[in-house]
Design a protein around this ligand. Structure first.
Ligand SMILES: [Zn+2]
Length: 213
């Protein structure tokens, strides 16, 4: 028992620098993407999802909450990658190749999409909505709203990155690529113009239109 606890403690200590590195990269991307898109939006106001509403007055609060909730999101991604690296997988991911990369990328996108759809519906149940209400307080989402989630909400949606690499044959690099795609796609959805197409049935509307009361 003491041995098991000691091992778990050691494993967690080994996990911490991974988590810190992933979190640092994600924070950097959050601010760089946000500032870049705001600069574009200021030059092209017609790209706003809701031209008559201004969500910026919630900016400071949303950034504060995002910086906290990204700890959960990145904890899930890092946890999944770390446990896969430890060999805790149901099916070993295939070696990276010209066919395995696109195939597992599409698999990851499709499964995540279905997961996101049902997890989102679950967050709208009577039991869970109290954890999801914060996200919908952004009636006119801006580039800063993407991660404005309660911690339970963030875990509900993003825990995909924790379990998927353990039970699906998704190589670590592909999972990281998927997460990067989701970051940029999620942030850009605060624009009227969807620059990247979405293969999504669950998220067919730009973020701002889904948040209309
Ligand atoms: Zn919702």
């Amino acid at each position: 028992m003491a041995d098991a606890l000691f091992n778990a403690g050691n494993l967690f200590l080994a996990f911490l620098p991974w988590w810190a590195a992933v979190y640092a990269v994600n924070l950097f991307l959050y601010f760089i993407t946000g500032w870049t898109l705001v600069a574009i939006q200021n030059r092209h106001p017609e790209l706003r999802t809701q031209p008559n509403r201004r969500g910026e007055k919630r900016k400071a609060k949303e950034i504060r909450q995002s910086v906290i909730s990204l700890l959960v999101t990145d904890g899930c991604l890092t946890g999944g990658l770390f446990l896969q690296y430890q060999g805790l997988t149901l099916i070993d991911p295939p070696a990276l190749s010209w066919w395995s990369m696109p195939l597992t990328f599409v698999l990851s996108i499709v499964v995540f999409d279905a997961w996101f759809y049902w997890a989102h519906r679950f967050m709208h149940t009577k039991l869970m909505y109290r954890f999801h209400a914060e996200h919908h307080r952004s009636v006119a989402p801006t580039v800063w709203s993407t991660y404005n989630d309660d911690l339970v909400d963030a875990f509900g949606m993003q825990s995909y990155y924790l379990w998927a690499p353990l039970i699906l044959p998704i190589p670590a690099l592909v999972l990281i690529g998927h997460r990067l795609y989701d970051h940029f796609n999620g942030t850009i959805r605060s624009f009227r113009l969807r620059i990247l197409g979405e293969p999504s049935f669950a998220r067919a509307l730009p973020h701002g239109l889904r948040h209309l009361p």
